[in-house]
Design a protein around this ligand. Structure first.
Ligand SMILES: *Cc1c(COP(=O)(O)O)cnc(C)c1O
Length: 428
């Protein structure tokens, strides 16, 4: 067994002064019935814990590290920006460059505002949709996670699911009442709700490829169906591309599928590892934001020069390296390794991948919604997780999380991972 005594000690201390010992619940490793390790350093596709154990990382700080950890271009950009000052609270040139890039890359975005997290992005997109339409109700889908926004913490994915509490205490019932939750991939349920309450619905918000309940694909034509039905009823369509934006393609799922939402929430990859979010969309809608319009939104650190310099450096480097094409090839090699390991160990499990995102479901069943994911063999997942960790590969500590491959994962890393996956599947 790997020595994790320093991590154990830190966690003991952490629990005395931080609720649950962590600053975000899924980090507590509850779903794998263990304790987290503490990281001292991360570089490329590797992380090192405080006890000196080296791991190949497939979490990538939950998505942002698309070039790998601490890439030279991002470090240099942060360094240069910091020399000029770390925060101004007055417009700076990085903001214009970032806004221009987002508008150029993300098909539906004509204007964009920067915030500091994905949660802020979805929260404000919802407020804007309500302010623009003059309606209150929001439709969301079971298993889609949109950050810890009050009215969106209803039947949310990963962290909330992992803890077996799909709803949070502290959310007024009146807020949750304005949120209509439907099963994903079920057009009839959407038709029914619009027939009943179409006039009251401000927006549908969804992860166009849900990645907080494993990794679920929309059925053929489903996104276009949502586009059409919202347009028909005067409701907005909001894509939460916090996870998929700049990850599955330069322009996110909307580029891959050609379906364009009215508003888009962004985060994760956009900040190069620093706290950044953004939301944008049709100019006529975005112009409803203060100071031009009546929908209020603000942020002391929004458009922070350090964070935007880091994000811009990461995105430009992805473009320069033709990163999405390359990631697709690495992802394909990863998939082949995983499929071979499944075959060798005789495990008939469902594997999903889009580009550099993947999920291995510990069930042979078809996965089309979070209800299907709930049928997975969680005990087997747990044994797999710990066996892989022991052998030097870190996958996300929950069956409800997707995995992330970065440009820093080499052929050797992928080959080594396939060996570990085979061994860990054998132990599952
Ligand atoms: C991570 C995530 C969020 C929340 O972003 P934070 O930066 O953690 O607030 C929202 N939506 C989706 C789809 C996410 O994956």
């Amino acid at each position: 067994m790997a020595d994790r005594s320093l991590s154990r000690k830190l966690f003991e201390n952490a629990r005395q002064v931080i609720p649950g010992g962590v600053n975000s619940p899924v980090r507590a490793f509850r779903n794998v019935e263990g304790e987290p390790f503490f990281v001292s350093r991360a570089r490329g596709c590797r992380i090192w814990d405080v006890d000196g154990n080296e791991l190949i990382d497939y979490v990538g700080t939950w998505g942002p590290a698309i070039l790998g950890h601490a890439p030279a271009v991002v470090l240099e950009a942060i360094h240069q920006a910091a020399k000029a000052g770390v925060s101004f609270g007055i417009p700076n040139p990085h903001e214009v460059e970032m806004a221009r890039l987002i508008c150029d890359w993300v098909p539906s975005v004509e204007k964009v505002r920067m915030v500091n997290s994905g949660t802020e992005a979805t929260m404000t997109a919802i407020r804007l949709a309500r302010g623009f339409t003059g309606r209150d109700k929001i439709v969301k889908f079971d298993g889609c996670y949109h950050g810890h926004v009050d009215s969106l913490l209803v039947a949310a994915g990963s962290g909330a699911l992992t803890h077996g509490k799909p709803d949070s205490a502290g959310v007024p019932a009146a807020f949750a009442d304005e949120t209509l939750v439907l099963p994903f991939n079920d057009p009839e349920a959407v038709e029914k709700i619009f027939a009943e309450a179409g006039e009251e619905i401000a927006a549908i918000i969804l992860e166009p490829i849900p990645a907080n309940a494993g990794l679920i694909f929309p059925k053929e034509g489903y996104l276009q169906f949502l586009r059409d039905i919202t347009a028909k009823h005067g409701a907005l369509l909001i894509f939460d591309e916090v996870m998929t934006g700049f990850r599955v393609a330069k322009g996110g799922v909307q580029e891959l599928t050609g379906v364009t939402p009215d508003l888009t929430a962004l985060g994760k990859v956009i900040g190069g590892g620093l706290p950044v979010g953004a939301f944008g969309g049709r100019a006529d809608i975005m112009d409803h934001l203060a100071p031009d319009g009546p929908v209020y939104q603000a942020g002391t650190l929004s458009g922070n020069p350090l964070a935007l310099a880091a994000g811009l450096a990461q995105l430009r480097e992805m473009e320069k390296q033709d990163g999405w094409e390359r990631l697709n090839r690495v992802g394909s090699a990863f998939e082949q390794g995983t499929m071979a390991a499944l075959e060798k160990t005789g495990k008939n499990f469902t594997f999903h991948r889009v580009g550099s995102m993947f999920c291995l479901f510990f069930t042979p069943e078809k996965i089309e919604s979070v209800t299907d994911v709930k049928c997975a063999d969680f005990a087997a997942f747990r044994r797999f997780f710990w066996a892989a960790l022991e052998a030097g590969v870190y996958f996300a500590p929950s069956q409800y999380e997707a995995g992330f491959i970065s440009l820093a994962h080499t052929e050797e890393d992928i080959a080594r991972t396939a060996e570990v996956v085979e061994k860990a599947l054998g132990a599952s």
